[in-house]
Design a protein around this ligand. Sequence first.
Ligand code: PLP
Length: 429
Amino acid sequence: MSDDPRRSIPRTDALLADARFASAVRRLGVDVVKASVVEAQRRARSGELAPDAVATVALEALPGSATTLRRVINATGVVVHTNIGRAPLGDAAREALLAAAGHVDVEFDPTTARRAPRGRGALEALRERVPAARGALVVNNGAAALLLACLTLAEGREVIVSRGELVEIGDGFRLPDLLQSAGIRLREVGTTNRTHLRDYEAASGDAGVILKVHTSNYRVEGFAGVPRVAELATLGLPVVADVGSGLLAPERVLPDEPDAATWLDEGATVVTASGDKLLGGPQAGLVLGDADALERIRRHPLARAVRTDKLTLAALEATLRGPVPPVLTALRETPETLRERTERLARRVGGDVVEVDARVGGGGAPGVPLPSLAVALPGSFAEPLRLGEPCVVARTNGGRTLVDLRCVPSESDDEVGEAILAVAAAVGH
Ligand SMILES: *Cc1c(COP(=O)(O)O)cnc(C)c1O
């Protein structure tokens, strides 16, 4: 029995003492590494593996990281895609996230050793970018920002909202349901296509707030209209205006999209917005506007329940102060550059270059097509591209897979090419 090869299967403690396993334990945790070792040993005992292959096989079977979230390359042409994490962060924000991962002075003043206003750097950056905002608050997401602003400023009275602005956003999330679930009484005015200033005026007796919502994912065309923020602001009630998209100032590529600065200039008391849409930052909700209103909102008990963490505050500040974030780079990509990149990819992988419409997506510029280009591949490529490493998500249309580089960082073009070639080799194209 002494020459039984199973006796030479390396022992767990011996393997874990090896530098390569020790480093894996630091990255992935001991349980994951042990499980991989135990599985390789089992296969060796059953004769499936040679004993001297146990270490290599156990190392190769380890997951790439301690999270199951997989990196995705966005070749859909949809700039803000909720299902794949909306805005990708830029390098400045990624660095800030890492730096904030340890202890940071998020709510601490090192000069006095006392508590300091939480996330003050991000709040200052917001006020610098939107000078009309005398106060600012960052919460968990856009929905929380809207809820908190309405709850605080309505003070138990009704919130007036146009029937044309009762929005369902995605995954069945309805804005009126959100507000009502927190006990807010909505007073719907007007009709689906038209609401007049006099409709708001007639309802203002019992109301505490006028709510204006950007209809960020649909458009009512034809005989349609709602009053502008500037008109609503003449009625003497606080106006909460939800811009949704997170544009802080007008964006030349999207001339019809509302922005926080313009609505504040028009007289909104506060505007609310998301951080991870066109702002290009982390998931967050912004409330910007009147200083007194912001102080009351900040002190509302619910504010504590929707507070942002230090990572969000760090990434948001870096997005605001740093270079143009990837979302805006994608949006502003010139037709010439896009054509060059797409043709280079088509030469490499052998598909046709076709004209397509990209989309802003996720709460911005509904119905506004972004003229774009794609490499057209067989429809059967879409699934293996998604299941490959990295996961490349493209659009499928009319039996074709359309790879649109607009939202792909240009330094990842080669990676997309390799992924396509790997799929072509696998399916024998
Ligand atoms: C996206 C959106 C919201 C919700 O924002 P989240 O950050 O997803 O919570 C609210 N209102 C409008 C108009 C939006 O577009």
